[in-house]
Design a protein around this ligand. Structure first.
Ligand code: 1HS
Length: 257
């Protein structure tokens, strides 16, 4: 049976770990040639090597999504290796904690640089390739923090809100060119990105922070990286041909209460 992404070329940022890694592995199993981008080149190489060892197609690129020259070089390398890009998953992200009165300016800037500017730079670099093919799917990683207020997350809420708004803006501009643009708004997924926040929430106790956080989720657990990867797979695939401009909550009901 053909895979759901057969014939597609997918670029995934922040794919050396967490949701990005799970998505890279899932997309490759579903037939995509996957470019694994990460600022941590060793992590990207490990993910790419694993995919190739399983007999699927992948390449690794060391890429800081906030540096335009690196982003452009990566996109050029992917097109040279695999051809025009069909899917871009702007997954690379960083957390930032602190209410507005204590949020550090450096953290604020870094949060916006990676989460928002990185999404812009990668999209800008990839869109010409998608226009060439008159089709494509871009998925931006928003968050439940784009939809509801999360205590002590001022910069993060603001940045993810910007990602959701950018998604809607991109979707109207790019729809006439055959390019769909959607965002995923995950609830908390247990990844390395989340550990400092969970530990802080638990007053220095990771397990306590986890328990406090799980209590916010009607479904009774946090997300798993695969929960989010499956949503990204759907949005990447032709099954989502009529879906653009959406912000898809994958959050165990967290934003309903
Ligand atoms: C990090 C991820 O985007 C979720 S933001 C924190 C939400 S919650 O788990 O504190 O309800």
């Amino acid at each position: 049976m053909p895979g759901r992404l057969e014939g597609k070329v997918a670029v995934i940022t922040g794919a050396g770990s967490g949701i990005g890694r799970a998505s890279a592995e899932l997309f490759a199993r579903e037939g995509a040639a996957v470019a694994v981008l990460d600022v941590n080149g060793d992590a990207a190489a490990e993910v790419s090597d694993g995919i190739r060892a399983a007999g699927q197609r992948a390449m690794a690129l060391t890429t800081d999504v906030t540096v335009d020259a690196q982003v452009r070089a990566a996109v050029t390398a992917v097109i040279a290796e695999f051809g025009d890009i069909s899917v871009l998953y702007n997954n690379a992200g960083i957390g930032s904690t602190g209410a507005v009165d204590v949020a550090e300016e450096d953290d604020w800037d870094r949060c916006f640089d990676i989460n928002v500017k990185g999404t812009y730079l990668c999209s800008r670099a990839v869109v010409p390739s998608m226009m060439q093919a008159s089709k494509g799917s871009i998925i931006n990683q928003a968050s439940v923090a784009a939809l509801v207020g999360i205590p002590n997350f001022a910069a993060y809420c603001a940045a993810k809100g910007a990602v959701a708004s950018l998604t809607r803006s991109m979707s109207v501009d790019l729809a006439p060119r055959g390019i769909r643009v959607n965002a995923i708004a995950p609830g908390t997924v247990y990844t390395p990105l989340m550990e400092p926040m969970l530990t802080a929430r638990g007053g220095g106790d990771l397990q306590k922070g986890l328990a406090i956080t799980i209590a916010k989720y009607p479904i009774g657990r946090l997300g798993d990286v695969v929960d989010i990867a499956k949503a990204a797979l759907y949005l990447s695939s032709d099954e989502a041909a009529f879906v653009t401009g959406s912000v898809l909550s994958i959050d165990g009901g967290m934003t309903t209460i």
